[in-house]
Design a protein around this ligand. Structure first.
Ligand code: UP5
Ligand code: MG
Length: 203
């Protein structure tokens, strides 16, 4: 697809910060396609005959970042599918807006995606303290069925976030692309702040 026609917003923040929740609300308000890298990896993990199932399962349980080739391919395919499904539906062909949730979380992914796929317009960065994130994830873990919603995996996810993903956010801060949003308050209040940040980049 043509990179010039697509608008991409990266959505980052620690595990349980509220990325998925806020993306769902933004999708209700704007014509975004929401692509969660974690959801795409989990779907690939569960796909029968996937070459990568076992590899993805191990990385996710250990809170490690899956090798970028796998994730970027899944994202690129999902973007292409979305654009095709929109074509002919009143949209200018090939034009699309994407919220890419939980990606890029390692510098190599960030650089590779921008080189091979497209540039991002904005990074929405949801932040809250670790105690809040832990509480949210343990609560969600009661029903989510996610392999990584247990205390051992959550602790590993926090370490990876600090060591590997924070440098990505710092990289985009230097480029003045980051809108930092406190995601400690209730969902609606966080949403209002997210809308204000998104409005600034939508033309
Ligand atoms: N909740 C949300 N907002 C709230 C609020 N304001 N007040 C009270 N409660 C709130 O929210 C988490 C829980 O909190 C929910 O129960 C929600 O109702 C509540 P959610 O919106 O799901 O938070 P989110 O930030 O999306 O948390 P998630 O667990 O999805 O974040 P992670 O970043 O850990 O998970 P992700 O799916 O992105 O990645 C999982 C793993 O995949 C990674 O650890 C990694 O191993 C792998 N991965 C890669 O390898 N590469 C990638 O590029 C991406 C992922
Ligand atoms: Mg999520």
């Amino acid at each position: 697809f043509e990179k010039e026609k697509v608008t991409v917003i990266f959505v980052l923040g620690g595990p349980g910060a509220g990325k998925g929740t806020q993306c769902s609300l933004l999708v209700e308000k704007y014509s975004f396609s929401h692509l969660s890298a974690g959801d795409l990896l989990r779907a690939e993990q569960d796909r029968p005959n996937s070459h990568y199932g076992d590899l993805i399962r191990t990385y996710i349980r250990e809170g490690q970042i899956v090798p970028m080739e796998v994730t970027i391919k899944l994202l690129e395919n999902a973007m292409r599918t979305e654009l095709q499904s929109k074509s002919g539906s009143g949209w200018e062909d090939g034009k699309g807006r994407f919220l890419i949730d939980g990606f890029p979380r390692k510098m190599d992914q960030a650089l590779k995606f921008e080189e091979d796929v497209c540039q991002s317009s904005l990074v929405l960065f949801f932040t809250t303290d670790e105690e809040t994130m832990l509480k949210r994830l343990l609560k969600r873990g009661e029903t989510s069925g996610r392999d990584d919603d247990n205390i051992e995996s959550i602790k590993k996810r926090f370490v990876t976030y600090k060591e590997t993903t924070m440098p990505v956010i710092e990289h985009y801060e230097k480029l003045s692309k980051v809108a930092e949003i406190d995601s400690s308050p209730e969902v609606d209040e966080v949403h209002t702040a997210a809308v204000a940040a998104v409005e600034k980049v939508l033309v």
